[in-house]
Design a protein around this ligand. Structure first.
Ligand code: 5GP
Ligand code: ZN
Length: 114
């Protein structure tokens, strides 16, 4: 997707503060963090949202979750906890249409969301 911000970060066309990268996944700091830890992890493949993932994406989705857990632990949230958020679609206020998991932590987070 040529006009997708996260695809541009994948391709290096716009900068991102990367924390992890392999052939399938990329993780980077959110540009407007709402907690001391606020990392986004994405598949490099453009998938609009979790609602658009397919059965063929099953293995990648498993790796995405596992890596999200590892990154949360690396960021010091293993004991204190972290929130893993996936917004999908208009009602959920997804603002970047490329599947991503927010990894949030480093402080006590409020609940419930709006
Ligand atoms: P959503 O609302 O779609 O779940 O979350 C999108 C997230 O992407 C937001 O938290 C927003 O701050 C972040 N974001 C938007 N544009 C950029 C960007 O260019 N670089 C980075 N690192 N994060 C971005
Ligand atoms: Zn994309």
């Amino acid at each position: 997707m040529s006009d997708c911000i996260f695809c541009k970060i994948v391709k290096g066309e716009i900068p991102g503060k990367k924390v992890y990268e392999d052939d399938e996944l990329l993780a980077f700091h959110d540009i407007m963090p709402v907690a001391p830890v606020h990392i986004l992890i994405i598949p490099k493949k453009h998938i609009q949202s979790l609602l658009h993932a397919q059965a063929e994406d099953t293995a990648m989705l498993g790796r995405l979750m596992n890596k999200a857990r590892e990154l949360a632990k690396e960021q010091g949230c293993g004991e204190s906890g972290a929130r893993f958020v996936i917004n999908a679609g208009r009602d959920a206020k997804q603002s970047v249409d490329h599947l991503h998991i927010h990894i949030l932590g480093g402080r006590s987070l409020r609940w419930p969301p709006g």
